[in-house]
Each structure stands twice: as C-alpha cells, then as structure tokens.
Design a protein around this ligand. Structure first.
Ligand SMILES: *Cc1c(COP(=O)(O)O)cnc(C)c1O
Length: 355
C-alpha cells in the first residue's frame, strides 16, 4: 500500500522532439511534493501535475538560502525497461546535506518510493534515443515566513523530472579549462560537501568570466592555501599522471560525486591504482610540462565523463593528450554509460530496475 497520493494531470503536454532536448529546459507532466511542519514531521506525500509553487515572499529560502538538491537519472534500456543508477547514494548524500543545513531528514524508503512512482507515472517522458535520459531533480526548500536567521520550521520536498539529451550537444569533445585564482567555491568547514545552491551562487562569477574568455569550466583551488586542485566547474576531477590516476580527496570542501565514486571503483576493478590525494596546481603543470600528464577528465551525473583537452594557469598553457580524448577516459565513459543504459552487465549492484 503506497503512502503517496496521486493526482494525475488532465492536460498532458505534448512530448518534445528527442533530437532537440538540450539539458534541463523541458519538464514532464508531474512532480512529487511533501511538506514538513514542526511537530508534524514530513507529511502529505503526493504526486501532482507539474506547476508553480506559491510561497510567501518572506519564505526563508529566499533570504538565507536554506536549500539543498540532488541530481540523478532514469535510463531507458533497449528492452524498454527503466532503471536508476545508484539511487541509494543520492538518498544518503541528501541526508548529509540535510544535516549540514539543519533540514529534517527524509525517510529512505519513502524517498525511493517517491522516485519510483514519479518515474513510473511519467515513464512516457523517458526518451529512447541514444544518450538521452530523464534527469531527476529532488530538492528541499525552507518555507517558514520569517525574516530572521534560524533554521526554518517548515519545508517543501519536491522532485521534478526533465527529459535530457547528451549534456554537450557537440558530443564527447575535450574541453578547455583554467585555474581560477580569485574566487573559491567552498572551504573546509563550509558547505562544499553538501549539494546546496549557495555553493553554486559562489561559483557563478568565475564561471561567467571563464565563458567570456573562451573556457568551458574553471578548475577550482582550495580556499585556504589556493594551492590544491579541488573540482572542475560542478564536476569532480581526475588526472592520469605517469600511469597514476589521481583525484582530490574528500576532505570537506569537495562534493562526493556518485560518478566520482563509480569511476574509482571501476578503475580499481580494472587494476588501476587510484590515489585520492592532494594535487597542487604546481605539480599538475610541472607534470604536464614534462609530458607526464596523460589524461584528464571531469565526472558528474549530467555529463557523465567530460574529457579535458587543455588547461591554463596564469600565462601557462598545456594541452592534454594532444587535445583528444584519452584511452582510459573513453573506456570509462563507454563502460559507465554501458551500465547506466543497461547495455552491459552491472557487476557492482548499482542498477535499480523500476521495470
Ligand atoms: C553534483 C556535483 C558533482 C557530481 O556529483 P555526481 O553525484 O557525480 O553527479 C560534483 N561537484 C559538485 C559541486 C556537484 O554539485
């Protein structure tokens, strides 16, 4: 017996052209909602037609950014079935984000049921073309109408879904990035490990300037010493240096990506050593200058694997792997997307079949 009430739309929208999906611009017919009020806890789990949410202008999310989110995808297999990739990891990570931002945690089973029921109801919105999927965006916002700084006494948990194409319309092309020296996105003790809008707000200025200069992402340095590489844009980052795969350690300011963790486990299953260790920009550029930087890529749910073809730091410029996608990068992309879309068997127990 489900704890979720369902109100179906009476005005289903026309489905989009699958060749023009883009990313995050089109939304399906329904959304999941649940309310929290102090004393009552989380209640009224429901699926309703997709549409605006009405909030008091003094709702605390508008003023103090008490907000968290998640991102995962539903994939359509060739046999027509539907599956999620490691939803348990997103559920657990959202709990950690809740804890950091003083938001009451959700019940794991109800969360998974909400994802499942919403995706099932809007199953026709999961596109079928290669590399397409249904992006799922759960989020929680503070709704108490109060201009005053404290943890809100009321919240809305909402899940919306969006049919998406490949993140980069041009395909798996290596991107140009540069080391950001002025702004930082997070610091130890801050909210870097939580998936919260505030970290993104802090990242916008550098991202805008990078775009104007012709770069697609920035390489973030740590906030304390401005020395060590942390992430690339809103992705985790990997480098293959002289045979060693290196990724920055999860020490508080870095978002623990599900894709990052999956890359590490896959690489280890292939016999690679993955070092989760601090890597300074200096070490990176010295390795590149010595011809030892063999591959570099970003990892995240949206783009999956994003090869890096060029890196810049001040007046230093280096090309990675001749500006082409590296062998390990390509192999990882093929294997990971193979598991996600059900083209190859999943030896890790990562797939959750909805149908
Ligand atoms: C979501 C996110 C990532 C990637 O996490 P995945 O679980 O792999 O999608 C990396 N960095 C930041 C800042 C993020 O918000």
């Amino acid at each position: 017996m489900s704890n979720i009430t369902i109100h179906k739309t009476t005005a289903p929208k026309a489905k989009p052209d699958q060749s023009k999906l883009g990313f995050g611009k089109i939304f399906s017919d329904h959304m999941f909602l649940m309310d929290y009020t102090a004393g009552k806890g989380w209640h009224d789990a429901r699926i309703v037609p997709y549409g605006p949410i009405s909030l008091d202008p003094s709702a605390m999310v508008f003023h103090y950014a008490q907000e968290i989110f998640e991102g995962l995808k539903a994939y359509r297999r060739a046999d027509g079935g539907i599956q999620l990739f490691r939803p348990w990891a997103n559920i657990q990570r959202m709990k950690n984000s809740c804890e950091r931002l003083c938001i009451p945690v959700l019940d794991d089973d109800l969360y998974l049921e909400a994802l499942t029921e919403l995706v099932k109801l809007d199953a026709d919105w999961i596109p079928t073309e290669p590399d397409t999927s249904l992006y799922i965006r759960p989020f929680i916002i503070a709704t108490e109408p109060h201009v005053g700084v404290h943890a809100s006494s009321s919240y809305i948990f909402c899940i919306i879904t969006s049919p998406v194409g490949a993140y980069y319309a041009e395909g798996l092309n290596p991107v140009k990035i540069y080391v950001e020296s002025r702004d930082v996105r997070a610091v130890k003790g801050g909210m870097g490990y939580a998936k919260t809008g505030g970290n993104y707000a802090a990242s916008l200025r550098a991202g805008e300037i990078a775009g104007q200069k012709g770069y697609s992402q920035v390489l973030w340095l740590d906030g304390a010493e401005r020395k060590y590489i942390e992430e690339v844009g809103s992705m985790n980052v990997f480098f293959k240096i002289d045979g060693e795969v290196v990724t920055p350690p999860l020490a508080g300011s870095i978002l623990p990506g599900v894709t990052r963790d999956s890359c590490i486990k896959i690489l280890e299953s292939w016999g690679y050593t993955v070092s989760q260790r601090p890597l300074s920009a200096e070490e990176l550029f010295d390795a590149a200058a010595a011809g030892k930087l063999e591959e570099a890529w970003g990892s995240g749910t949206a783009a999956v694997i994003s090869p890096i073809g060029q890196i810049a730091w001040g007046d230093k410029q280096e090309t990675v792997c001749g500006g082409k996608i590296g062998e390990v990068t390509q192999k990882l992309y093929d294997y990971l997307t193979g598991i996600q879309w059900g083209r190859i068997e999943d030896p890790f127990g990562w797939i959750y079949k909805i149908s």
